[in-house]
Design a protein around this ligand. Structure first.
Ligand SMILES: NC(=O)c1ccc[n+]([C@@H]2O[C@H](COP(=O)([O-])OP(=O)(O)OC[C@H]3O[C@@H](n4cnc5c(N)ncnc54)[C@H](OP(=O)(O)O)[C@@H]3O)[C@@H](O)[C@H]2O)c1
Length: 100
């Protein structure tokens, strides 16, 4: 769906990039994401945000924690390799999501 939309010149934004307030635990403690984060010396949140932008998807993470805000901006000093991009893509559960 996303590559198709992007091919039409439409910019895609991730609505709840970290799972949404109160629902971040599943993503932030995911073993695949954590191990990729460890390999790059970054956090799981940074890997998730980086994965989105490498897919050409805009991210607007919400945070009221100054340290998290700094961390979320600091995602341009590393790059996920193809294999890591694929590992995260493979976490897709083919669930229906809302599109706005
Ligand atoms: N207009 C609307 O109706 C509407 C509806 C939904 C969403 N939105 C917007 O979409 C954006 C995202 O929504 P959201 O904030 O619910 O979802 P989100 O960005 O997926 O998740 C936010 C949660 O992630 C935590 N977090 C952020 N950075 C983190 C980090 N580096 N490490 C660990 N935890 C981190 C935040 O906690 P801390 O505060 O502790 O960092 C908060 O609990 C927001 O800007 C929101 O305004 C708008």
């Amino acid at each position: 769906m996303i590559p198709y939309i992007q091919k039409l010149g439409i910019v895609v934004e991730s609505w709840y990039p970290l799972g949404g307030r109160g629902h971040t635990e599943e993503l932030l403690t995911n073993e695949t994401i954590s191990s990729i984060a460890d390999a790059h010396g970054v956090t799981s949140a940074q890997v998730i945000l980086r994965w989105d932008i490498q897919n050409g998807v805009i991210v607007m993470p919400g945070s009221s924690n100054p340290e998290h805000i700094k961390e979320n901006l600091d995602i341009f000093g590393f790059e996920l390799i193809d294999d890591e991009m694929e590992q995260i893509k493979a976490l897709d559960r083919d669930e229906k999501h809302d599109w706005y």
